[in-house]
Design a protein around this ligand. Structure first.
Ligand code: UDP
Length: 250
């Protein structure tokens, strides 16, 4: 079961906080907000902000601009939440994979077709199939792996996406590729909700496992990922840099 995330004591208005220059939106219920966008067909881009992405944005102006322009930036990572708490903001963590899954689960009985783009060949398809078994009412518009080789292949894919006009488009190409890809292509389906979901297809398809709940509760999801994927160590050097900046900003 997925948890519906909310922030205690907040009004229904979207509040915007800053994490080292990046916006983070705080809402009483992210799921309801997204469902309203789906129902209204008023497209949006959802960014799931964590410490690593915040540090990447410092040296990648296109990524920084994309995050600033996104209609919804959720506090996905423990570091982002910690930073905000040190600033006196009572913010609850909202893992992107859980928000995406709750949006899938609540996308009403086939009314909001979902497209899955990204992951190794077969992974997005498996993820969609498994989710359909768990939430039989959902409508799968289509799936596409994230390793298209030529500009022609990508152009064909974009044409198909434009024809399908899915309501919810999940893009799992990793950071920052997925954020930049969404910013560049969202005009193809302007009414859709677009979410950059990182490695969520790997988890939904059973290719990888998520950290146990207690690991997340102790803000140690990064350590679990490092244990599962040791090649991440270089990327994770961003975390002590982020921690240093957090402490310096106090
Ligand atoms: N991926 C992809 N195309 C690429 C590179 C990566 O589809 O050219 C997929 C990869 O298979 C994986 C996801 O992007 O499913 C990245 O997952 P990761 O957990 O690394 O995401 P991040 O930590 O960057 O959010």
């Amino acid at each position: 079961m997925v948890e519906i995330v909310w922030c205690r004591g907040m009004s229904n208005e979207k509040e915007t906080y800053s994490v080292l220059g990046m916006p983070v939106h705080c809402l009483p219920d992210y799921g309801n907000w997204l469902l309203d966008r789906l129902e209204a067909g008023s497209g949006c881009h959802v960014v799931t902000l964590n410490a690593e992405m915040t540090m990447q944005a410092e040296t990648n102006p296109a990524l920084a601009q994309t995050i600033r322009q996104a209609e919804l930036v959720i506090p996905d990572g423990a570091g982002v939440v910690l930073y905000l708490r040190l600033q006196g903001r009572k913010v609850k963590r909202c893992p992107g994979i859980e928000l995406a899954e709750s949006t899938i689960a609540r996308s009403r009985q086939g009314k909001h077709p979902i497209f899955f783009y990204g992951g190794a060949p077969g992974v997005a398809h498996q993820a969609a199939t498994d989710l359909k078994q768990r939430y039989p009412g959902i409508a799968i518009a289509g799936t596409q792996h994230g390793y298209l080789k030529t500009a022609d292949e990508e152009a064909q894919f974009c044409e198909m996406l434009q024809q399908l006009q899915p309501s919810l488009i999940l893009v799992g190409l990793g950071v920052p590729r997925q954020e930049l890809w969404i910013a560049e292509h969202r005009h193809l389906c302007p009414q859709a909700v677009w979410i950059g979901v990182g490695g969520s297809f790997d988890v939904w398809s059973g290719t990888k496992s998520r950290a146990p709940a207690w690991v997340g509760d102790h803000h140690l999801e990064w350590a679990y990922r490092l244990y599962q994927e040791p090649w991440r160590w270089r990327r994770m050097l961003a975390l002590p840099k982020f921690a240093f900046k957090v402490l310096a900003a106090r």
